[in-house]
Design a protein. Sequence first.
Length: 236
Amino acid sequence: MIVVLQSLRRPLSVLLLGTMLALPLPAAAGPVETRLAEELLASLGPSVPPDAQVALTLGRPFDGPVDAVRDIALDPRTGIFQARILSNGHAVELSGRADVEVTMPVPVRRIRPGEVIEPSDLTTMRLSLDRAGAGFIATADALVGQSPRRQLSAGRLVQVGSVGAPIVVQRNRPVTLVYEDGALLLAARGRALQEGGVGDSVRVMNIASSTVVTGTVTGAETVSVSGPRVPQAARP
């Protein structure tokens, strides 16, 4: 976790060449800001990646010790946080602004359906937590090796559900239907009614019987169907 902290402290002035210039000095992260930032990230749960950055600004200075943080809450729309701490045995209410930023993967180029996403196809960008949202893929590992279900645009966040395993069964193309019933293993010719990647469920028509079944894609042009009943047309 990287914590970027700011506090509202009066800037100092220095005398330079006979001219008084007001130069704000960098504010060091105090124990209150650091503790609040840690507690805030913990309160946001696992949806926030560990490399998140928090820029936290107290509404008023507070230099007392922090015995415990009892409550802390963030309004993601306004960025305003409210906290209740214990300091020297007394309850203290604190508030201010907290900007949480996360790193999100985005494509560096347009990626079309059927292509397999490589590490070189991705870069990262930092976004505020409210812009990132839970509906987008948050890690590059979740994208590499996958294939878009629809075109991905360069520099745009990738929505959850818009990528999947590379397509190995094409719609309206012939496939091998593998029927499994315990130790019994039979094969039949079929025609895929849906496309899918390994692990996807697809509907397939048995060409010999015209029966439509649902199976799991197990490999290139191969769909496995498990169950106690084996279609009659698939028997030798």
